[in-house]
Every structure is written in structure tokens, then in C-alpha cells.
Design a protein around this ligand. Sequence first.
Ligand SMILES: [Zn+2]
Length: 258
Amino acid sequence: MLEELQKLKKLQKCDAQIYQREEELDTLPEQNESLEKQIREMENKITELRNGVAIQEEERKKREEILSRGEDKLKGITGKQSAIRNKDEYNALLREIDNIKRFNKEIEEEISEVGREIDLKSQELNLVEQDNIKKVVECKHRLAENVKRMKTLESDIEKMYDERDKVAGAIRPAILRKYERIFESSKTGKAIAEVDNYICRGCNMTLPPQLYNNVLKSERIETCPNCQCILLPAENRKNDKKGPVIRETEEHPADDEE
Ligand SMILES: [Zn+2]
């Protein structure tokens, strides 16, 4: 039986490696989604601000065109002064000049107001760009690393399963089934624990002496009452020299005496 237990130990090593990688692999898609979301949000923020600036620039351009037409109109009307024939016409012309000037002034004020808004929005855009562009690069880098890591893990896991199947194939089916049942219900990916000086190394619980002796004898599969792991004697037992352990328990009536 000890030989079978040693095989289980080897199998446990394979399974632990697979388990660890599968756990890591499980966390990566969620991390990637979160990174992609961050990237999208940062890029959207930049686009939104750029659009904001572009709209304001468009507004400024429109007003500049209106102003330019207003200035042309003013020039044209000032040139008409020589054609004035009487005071009424003169007064009417002055009023029109005044109106155009007032209109042009309003447009000029609007242009500077839009200009101030463009400055503010451009400043915000610059700040966000400086900050976000760096972060987007970082996120994209992490995303690429994760994708690479996932591929490595997937290929490692595949190879490890091949190795695991070879190891498992050499174990007696009934023992393998028992091991697999324990492994599947385990929350830590452990199904085998070594025992040393009455202590289960899987959960650090002190085992009853009879159980401990049975484990040392390795005549059948014993499991830890606490962590359910299949128990096998530790290879480097500190306690081996202290023979009394076995004698002590042999005083109890054992149900499977040799
Ligand atoms: Zn235990």
C-alpha cells in the first residue's frame, strides 16, 4: 500500500500544480475585462473633451465669419457717405453705422467668450491626456501580459494533464477514485497529507494514536478526520527514533491485528 500512497503523492503534486494554475487562469478574464473597461473609459473621456473643444472652435469660426461680414458691411456703408443728399439721409446712415458697430461688438465679445471656453477646455484636455494616455498605455501593457500569461497557463495545464494522466494510470482504480472524490470536494486543492509525530500536516490536527499507527503501517488508506486528506507517513519523520508511539497504541485492542 505504501507504494500506492507514494504514487498518490506524486499525483497530488501534479494536481496541485494544475490546481494552482487553473486558479490563476480563472482570475485573468475578469482582470482583463476590468482593464478593458478602464481603457474604454479613459479613451472616451479624451474623445469627449476633444469633441467639446472642436465644437467650440466651430462656434468661434462661425462667429468670425459673421464678424468679417459685419466689418465688410461697415466699410461699404462708410463709403456711401459721399452719396448723402440731406440731413435725414445722414442721420439714417449714422444710425445704421451705429447698429452695425454695436452688432460687431457683440459678436467680438462672443468670440472672446468662446475663446476663453476653448482655453479652459483645452487645458482640461491636456491634463486628462497627459494622465490618461500614460494610464492607457499601462493598462494595455498589462492586458497584453495577461493574454500572454493565459496562453502560457493553458499550454502548461495541457502538458500537466498529460503527465497527470500517466501518473493516474498507474494507480489502482479504487484508490484513484477515493483520491479524486477527496480532491474534488477539497477547497484547497489538497487530497494527500503527510503525518509526522501524530500531526496531520494538512491541517495540523493531532491524530488519535491508533490512526497514527495505522498510517505508519500503511496497510490501508487512512484519512484525516478533520481535513479528510489521505494520510501517508512523512518521509523525514522526526519521531521515528521514539519507538514508544507504536508500543503505546498496541496496548489498545486493534481491530486489524497482524
Ligand atoms: Zn488533516
